[in-house]
Structures are given as structure tokens and as C-alpha cells.
Design a protein around this ligand. Structure first.
Ligand code: ADP
Ligand code: ADP
Length: 225
């Protein structure tokens, strides 16, 4: 069975004026362990809504999410957003260690893990720098390291490269594939870019809006090994 099976997920929001918005209508998706799955589609097709369901941030929906191992909320789910949202008064190292500290982990092993993550995302030399001293791409790499700090079972990325210039974005694509090659994390990535989806993902789910549906799932064979 799949690592995550999304079965018949439907979600209706009640807008402020009382009207109903069907954000997701009967969505099915299988995610295998270690797979990178891209969700692609126009604005409003329910990509962020689907990520929030998977993240356990909204339990008010129809249908079923079946996991081989149920993730613990927060801890087992890594999130990367379009804006890296680093804490400006903390160094890169202390942004990455935030999750571990929140769990009370100030152990040498925890510190060692932060060092490994900084190395993984190529920020070892900037461990003591503050977010404002970094480029946009470096900030996003720091956000990826922070999301991996808990060693999550799945990494959810909501247009993580959408705010970057084209050259930085291309570089980050390769960085992400390198990070994947080391961590083998299961990743669900929301994007507007067909190019990004087909470059990064093993599987591309194409969504349509009003109501939000998956209209096709394409397998993209990639030889990463
Ligand atoms: P996407 O991420 O693909 O742009 P969203 O998941 O954000 O799509 O939104 C899907 C649909 O649900 C859109 O029509 C959006 O306007 C609507 N929607 C999202 N969040 C809310 C909300 N909290 N209240 C009402 N409607 C919402
Ligand atoms: P700690 O280092 O104690 O775990 P933080 O990293 O959150 O906690 O805060 C570090 C320092 O930054 C503290 O002195 C705190 O008062 C200060 N601080 C907290 N919030 C803000 C903020 N929004 N802007 C600037 N400084 C802040």
C-alpha cells in the first residue's frame, strides 16, 4: 500500500458572504515513500488546501487520508513556504535549531544534527549570519534545513521557489535534488511551473479549479541514481 493514500477528499469552505466554495472535489492521490510528487494547477484549484489536509492542519474534510504510519502532527511534517519566514533576530544556525530547541533538545547530538543540516544545504559558512545578510536562495535553503530538523516523515513545499529569480530557482532545483538524494524524503511540492514539476517530480498531479480536482496524474521517470 502507498505511504500516503488520499481517497475521495472533498473540502467545502463557507465564504464570508455565506456562499459555498468547493475547494476540493473527490480527490484521489497515492504518494509512495521517497517519492517527489508535484501538485500543479491554476490559482484556486485547491493545492494549498490539499497540503493543509495532509499536514493535519485542517481535519474538517470529507474522504480519507490513509498513511502506512500516521505522522505525528507538527513533528513528522516538514513545511517550506514561498516566504522562508526565518526569525530575523536569530542566526541561521539558531533558526535551523528552532524545532529541536522547541522539543527541549539542546543535546550534543542535536547540535551535531544542525551542523549536518547546514552542511547539507551548503550554509556551514553562514551558520553565524543573520537572515538579512543572506540572499533569497540562501534564506530558502535555511528554511529547508529548518524543515528537515525534526527528521520529518514527509516534506510539504508550497511554491518554495516562487519568489526567487530564474537563475537562483534553477540552482535551488538542483540543491533540492541533491538534498533528496541524501535524505530520500517523501516530498509533496506545490508549483505553478510545468518545467519545475517535470524537472523535480517523479509524479505530477495536474489540478483544475472550480471545483478543485485532479484531472490527470503523470509519472515522470527520472534516473536520479
Ligand atoms: P491554490 O492553493 O491552488 O491557489 P487554495 O487551496 O488556496 O488554492 O484555494 C482553493 C479554493 O478555496 C479557492 O477558490 C479559494 O478561494 C478557496 N478558499 C481557500 N481558503 C478559503 C477560506 N479559508 N475560506 C473560503 N474560501 C477559501
Ligand atoms: P530565545 O533566544 O530566548 O530562545 P528568541 O530567539 O525568540 O528566544 O528571542 C531572542 C531574543 O530576541 C530575545 O531577547 C527576544 O526578546 C528577542 N525578540 C523576540 N521577539 C522579537 C521580535 N519580534 N523582534 C526582535 N526581537 C525579538
Amino acid at each position: 500500500s502507498a505511504f500516503l493514500s488520499v481517497r475521495g477528499i472533498s473540502k467545502t469552505y463557507i465564504a464570508a458572504n455565506g456562499s459555498k466554495v468547493v475547494a476540493l472535489d473527490d480527490v484521489d492521490l497515492d504518494v509512495a515513500e521517497g517519492e517527489i510528487v508535484a501538485l500543479i494547477g491554476p490559482s484556486g484549484c485547491g493545492k494549498s488546501t490539499l497540503l493543509r489536509m495532509v499536514a493535519g492542519l485542517d481535519a474538517d474534510f470529507g474522504g480519507e487520508l490513509a498513511w502506512t504510519v500516521e505522522p505525528r502532527p507538527g513533528k513528522d511534517i516538514g513545511f517550506v513556504f514561498q516566504e522562508p519566514a526565518l526569525l530575523p533576530w536569530r542566526t541561521v544556525r539558531r533558526n535551523v535549531s528552532l524545532g529541536l530547541e522547541a522539543q527541549g533538545d539542546k543535546s550534543p547530538k542535536g547540535r551535531e544534527r544542525v551542523g549536518e543540516l547546514l552542511d547539507l544545504v551548503g550554509l556551514t559558512d553562514f551558520a553565524g549570519s543573520f537572515p538579512k545578510e543572506l540572499s533569497g536562495g540562501m534564506r530558502q535553503r535555511a528554511a529547508i534545513a529548518r524543515a528537515l530538523a525534526y527528521d520529518p516523515r514527509i516534506l510539504l513545499m508550497d511554491e518554495p521557489f516562487g519568489a526567487l529569480d530564474a537563475i537562483t530557482r534553477d540552482r535551488l532545483h538542483d540543491d533540492l535534488l541533491r538534498i533528496w538524494a541524501t535524505t530520500r524524503k517523501t516530498i509533496i511540492l506545490v508549483t505553478h511551473s510545468v518545467e519545475e514539476a517535470t524537472y523535480l517530480a517523479d509524479k505530477v498531479a495536474v489540478m483544475t479549479a472550480r471545483p478543485g480536482r485532479i484531472k490527470a496524474v503523470h509519472e515522470v521517470p527520472l534516473d536520479r541514481d
